[in-house]
Design a protein around this ligand. Structure first.
Ligand SMILES: Cc1cc2nc3c(=O)[nH]c(=O)nc-3n(C[C@H](O)[C@H](O)[C@H](O)COP(=O)(O)O)c2cc1C
Ligand code: SF4
Ligand code: SF4
Length: 316
């Protein structure tokens, strides 16, 4: 039988293997079309955000670009008319990492956009923990955009509170990330924006090379299916529900009907968007028999106010 010391040693090795990227293969630098402009002025910022963390960064990027006399459209991904994408001379996309990748509704959306040949494109993800596969997730967005002729000019990942609900919201990453984003995160966003603009001026691209890490293997597992199996209860408490419709709006697959207290488990992506946005704590979810509560309730119980960048007070 393992001694406690051996067990700790093995766990540490396993943990390191999961966290450290092992570059086993390298992709050759892709050939991209020529940039359609080195002086863009009309930017589209697309965002998908379940609990507002990603959206905060797209707003900040929007403020910075407006300060540089860009015309900026900031639109939630699902609300965007795909046909308008070729009209922009810069496209930026932000999304959270879910299950070690970008959410499947985001990748499906990006697979069906029209040609954006020569348009500079930049992508970022917001993520919850250092082992979250954030690098590859951001590369995934750029690869999908490059498939449509986009030219990658920026990529980054910004760390936050992990919004994956655990019964007590006390996973190691939830504790260590509790005060994120902070001023350093917003500086990172400003650098991402400035570097992206400089790269465009110089006609340079950014690498979209995947890291081959063991966590990349986790992406291949049916994680959503496994999580749905573990969700032992998923319904709506009619006594608490105030009929605000937020859960319906946030559900990417329209799987929830709060008025019938019904969740279509086939359609559900286990994104926890309904639970994490309900203002009345009326979405009832149990994980292996343990009751979960959502992000607003977590912030309330822990008296957490998420920091806003100073730009918001001036840019509207
Ligand atoms: C269903 C779900 C799955 C998640 N999976 C991951 C993950 O694989 N890796 C990671 O780093 N963070 C993960 N997170 C944390 C989020 O990526 C992170 O908190 C993000 O900033 C949330 O952004 P949003 O507020 O814009 O939705 C997950 C969160 C949820 C709700
Ligand atoms: S019903 Fe499922 S897919 Fe819809 S928001 Fe809730 S967890 Fe996400
Ligand atoms: S978000 Fe909550 S309160 Fe609002 S309709 Fe859905 S279950 Fe009811």
């Amino acid at each position: 039988m393992d001694t406690r010391r051996n067990f700790i040693k093995k766990s540490a090795i396993m943990g390191a293997a999961l966290c450290l990227p092992i570059s086993l293969t390298r992709e050759s630098q892709a050939a991209y079309p020529d940039l359609k402009t080195r002086a863009p002025k009309k930017a589209l910022i697309l965002w998908y955000s379940q609990t507002g963390l990603t959206h905060r960064y797209t707003r900040l990027i929007g403020c910075i670009l407006k300060g540089k006399n860009f015309t900026v459209d900031e639109i939630e991904l699902q609300e965007t008319n795909k046909k308008t994408l070729p009209d922009y001379d810069l496209i930026i996309i932000g999304t959270p990492v879910f299950y070690y990748d970008i959410p499947s509704n985001v990748s499906e959306w990006l697979e069906t956009i029209p040609s954006i040949k020569g348009t500079p494109v930049a992508a970022f993800v917001s993520f919850g923990g250092p082992e979250g596969n954030q690098h590859n997730a951001s590369c995934h967005i750029l690869k999908l955009l490059a498939n449509k002729g986009g030219v990658p000019v920026g990529r980054d990942a910004f760390r936050n509170i992990p919004t994956y609900p655990t019964p007590k919201w006390n996973s190691a990453n939830q504790i260590s990330g509790q005060h994120l984003p902070n001023a350093a995160t917003f500086d990172q966003v400003r650098r991402f924006t400035a570097d992206m603009l400089e790269r465009i001026t110089r006609g340079e691209t950014v690498s979209v090379e995947y890291e081959l890490a063991m966590r990349e293997g986790l992406r291949a597992l049916p994680l959503v299916w496994m999580n749905k199996k573990a969700i032992s209860k998923h319904t709506v408490d009619s006594q608490k529900c105030i009929g605000c419709g937020t859960c319906v709006r946030k559900c990417p697959t329209k799987a929830i009907d709060p008025f019938k207290q019904f969740v279509d488990r086939e359609k559900c992506l286990a994104c926890f968007g309904c639970l994490n946005n309900c203002p009345a704590d009326a979405v009832v979810m149990e994980y292996r028999g343990e009751r979960l509560y959502g992000f607003p309730e977590y912030l309330k119980r822990n008296k957490i106010t998420i920091m806003e960048p100073p730009e918001f007070s001036t840019c509207g």
